[in-house]
Every structure is written in C-alpha cells, then in structure tokens.
Design a protein around this ligand. Structure first.
Ligand code: KE4
Length: 435
C-alpha cells in the first residue's frame, strides 16, 4: 500500500539515496505490502507521522523505548550530557556508572565493554569466546538473529527471515563454515550434537527469549540443556540479551529463567534509544580484551556520553519497585484480550508472550520454533498489519518481529488496540487460510 503524500515523496527521494530507502531493511515494511511511514515525532506511547497522523506505537524503536518516547528523565539526562559536550574519545564518568549498573543488575556480568550496537556486542563476544577456548566452532539456533555478523548470518531471523534471504551474499562459505544452526527449543537435538562435536565448539549463542522469529518463549529444559552441555564440554554459553536484557526482567532473561550464561550481550534498552551495545561476562574471559589482553576490539564512539546518559536514566527508572509488575499487567491485558478475540471469532491464530514482549501468529499453534513460525499465514499477518495501521495502531511491520509494550502504554491504549483488533480481525475472516 502507498503511504500518504509526504511519506510517499520522502520515500521516493530516500530510495534514490539509500538502498531500499531505509537505513535498516525491516523498516521498509516490504513483507507487509506497505510503504514505510516517515515519522515526525514521538511522545509517550504514541508516534506521529509526517502527515501528523497519530499511532499507538508497539515498535518502540525495536525495543529500546521501554519507557516510551521522550521520557522526561531521559531527555533531561541527555540534555545535561550535551551541555558538557557530545564526545571526547576519552573516558568519562558516565561510562563507568553505566558499566557498574549493568554489572550490579546481571548475574553473569563481572566486567563489561560498551560498544555502539548489538551487532558489535555479539561479534565481539564471539571473538572473546574463540580466544578464550582456542576453538572456532559456533552454535546458534534457527530463527535467532544476532545482528549482521558475518559468521552468524546463518538461518537467521528478523530481517533475514522477513526478506527470506538464505544467509547473505558476500559472506564467504569459510566464514560460516564454523557455524552450526540447530532448531530452537530442541534440547535433544542440541545434546546429541554436543555429544559428537561439543569439544570443537567455542561458543553457543542463543536469544534466551526469541524475538526475531516473531516472539517465541524458551522451553526451560532447553535453556538448562544449553547450560549443562556447555559446562560439560568447556564451551562459552553466550546469552544474546540485546532484546531481552532489562526487557523481561531487570536482570534479563537469565534472571527470569534462572539460567546463568558465561557471557551476555546487550543493546537497545541499555542505550535508552541512543546507539549502544555492550558485552560482558566472567572476568577471566573479559580480561582478554584489549588493552588489558590481546583480543582486539575498539570503537570511536563506544561509551559515548549522550548514549551513556540515556542508558543510565532509563535503568534508573526501570529499577524502581513495581515497574516490571505494572508492565506485566499491561502486556497481559493485551495478550488476554487478543486471545479472547481469537477465541470468540474462531480465528486460527495464537499469541505468545514473555513479559512485555508479544507475538501474534496466524496459525492454530503452538509456535515454539522457527519452522512453526514460518508455517503461519504471513499473508494474513500482512492484512492484519495494514488494517491495524489504518486504525492507528503501529505494529512491527513484519511477522518475524516482536511487539513491545512500554510503561507509557496505559489501559486505555490497550483497550483502544483491542477494539481496533476486533474490527480488523472480523474483516479477516473471509481470508482465513484453509489449513
Ligand atoms: P543492532 O546491531 O541492530 O543494534 O542489534 C542486533 C541484534 C542483536 N541481537 C538481537 C537479539 C537483536 O534483536 C538485534 C536487533 N534486533 C532487530 C529487531 N529484530 C533490530 C531492528 C533492525 O534490524 O532494524
């Protein structure tokens, strides 16, 4: 569907200047048959496009905005940092403060390095694990996405799955030759592979709550198996908590599910909407990183004061007592409302949720892995997406993404969303796929 004049004209210009007219593929909304809206501003749980149209926002910048847009404490912190300067290329107090907050919050992290994106965090964690073990092999899981790291663009989720790209041209076979991808939530397949190849594996990387194949909760037995087998075979267990970190609990998925990895990766929320990533773990692993050790990793704007200020202000807000309980209640209201709708309309659909991350699939379900997610009716999802947009609800423009609820979403916003969903889903019934 074409967007309105201003977005449309901007998109035509953008497509001349930038591949696909966007600076990150999933924003192009290709898989839902919709030209992207150009956004003018955001406030609380709402965003406004360049036509001035208002939407309730469930993308939340793909997860960072757990407080919603322009939370006063975050804006004030960034303004105060700006008054000191934008960047120095030298250590500042704010970097130390955020590092100490992450270490205090996350069980697996004894030392942490700030970087500029989730991709940098996962790429660097893999390098550290390979150096620490002296091994090359990496295990990941189908449908999990860890950023556009060459060696991890195998059976990836998010934009890779949305655009149905098998991996990516430009990545030499030798770069992925050491990478194995197994079915998510399949403890037995993992144990069996580790019995055979565990001693060759440097690291096992997983999204402990999968948000890049749509939203798929972990089977606790699966996470336990990852921990036991990596322990047994001397591999580094890396939780990619770029999305789940500080999202599903202040201590991340590792705290919520009680499985502690050797290393963890972060992004999104720890930057409060500014470009940030971080990776950390056991001191014996992290002390290898330059300049303390020989494993090289660097970044001009790593630890940037404005990004640190936004991250610190965000974590200070979400560590308040009751924050996650309230977020859980709001997200549960959305989940339960959708499930009631699906039941009442007899729609072949299912909803997954962990904390304030949700996923809606047009299939009877359950959806516990990538194959089942891919088996859902993505055409129906595209119709649902466009219908909800017309009703002022801004969802992630792809089936293989997660919906995010923020503390700025109130009961009235959830109820307005459910009312829109009822109208849209009722209209979808003529298109229900005969399974
Ligand atoms: P970035 O390099 O995009 O900051 O982070 C990569 C990344 C790593 N690990 C996980 C679990 C992630 O979800 C991501 C990025 N998430 C996507 C949304 N599925 C970002 C949106 C986009 O690619 O534009």
């Amino acid at each position: 569907m074409k967007s309105d004049p201003k977005s449309y004209l901007l998109f035509q210009r953008a497509k001349e200047a930038t591949p696909g007219g966007v600076n990150s593929p999933v924003r192009a909304a290709k898989s839902v048959g919709q030209d992207p809206l150009f956004i003018d501003k955001g406030q609380g749980c709402r965003i406004y496009d360049v036509e001035g149209r208002e939407y309730i926002d469930y993308v939340c910048s793909w997860g960072p905005l757990i407080l919603g847009h322009r939370h006063p404490a975050v804006i004030e912190a960034v303004e105060q940092a700006m008054a000191r300067g934008l960047s120095f290329g030298a250590p500042v107090d704010l970097e130390v403060e955020l590092a100490e907050m992450i270490i205090a919050a996350v069980d697996s992290v004894e030392m942490v390095r700030m970087v500029n994106s989730g991709t940098e965090a996962t790429m660097s964690a893999i390098r550290a694990a390979r150096a620490y073990t002296g091994r090359d092999g990496i295990v990941k899981f189908d449908g999990c996405y860890h950023g556009h790291v060459d060696s991890l663009l195998v059976a990836a989720g998010s934009g890779v799955a949305t655009l149905n790209i098998p991996g990516s041209p430009g990545v030499p076979d030798s770069f992925v030759g050491h990478t194995l991808s197994l079915p998510y939530n399949d403890a037995e397949a993992f144990r069996s592979m580790m019995r055979e190849k565990g001693e060759d594996m440097a690291a096992v990387m997983v999204e402990p709550v999968a948000g890049n194949m749509g939203m798929v909760p972990p089977d606790p037995e699966f996470l336990q198996a990852l921990r036991e087998e990596t322990e047994k075979h001397g591999c580094v267990l890396i939780f990619d908590e770029v999305m789940s970190g500080f999202r599903v609990a202040y201590g991340g998925a590792q705290h919520r599910f009680g499985v502690i990895p050797d290393m963890s990766c972060f992004g999104k929320i720890v930057g409060g909407g500014m470009p940030v990533g971080a990776y950390g773990g056991k001191k014996e692993i992290m002390e290898q990183i330059a300049p303390q050790g020989p494993v090289y990793q660097a970044g001009t704007l790593a630890g940037n004061p404005l990004a640190m200020a936004a991250g610190i202000a965000t974590l200070k807000q979400i560590q308040q007592p009751g924050f996650y309980d309230n977020l859980e209640k709001t997200a549960a209201r959305l989940e339960e409302g959708l499930l009631r709708l699906i039941d009442r309309l007899g729609m072949p659909a299912t909803v997954n949720r962990v904390g304030s991350m949700l996923g809606l699939f047009f299939t009877p379900g359950p959806v516990t892995n990538f194959e089942q997610a891919k088996g859902s009716d993505t055409e129906q999802f595209a119709r649902y997406y466009r219908g909800m947009l017309e009703h002022g609800i801004y969802l992630p423009p792809a089936q293989f993404e997660a919906v995010f609820v923020s503390s700025a979403h109130e009961t009235a916003d959830i109820d307005a969303t459910l009312s829109a969903a009822e109208t849209v889903m009722a209209g979808l019934q003529d298109h229900t796929r005969v399974t």
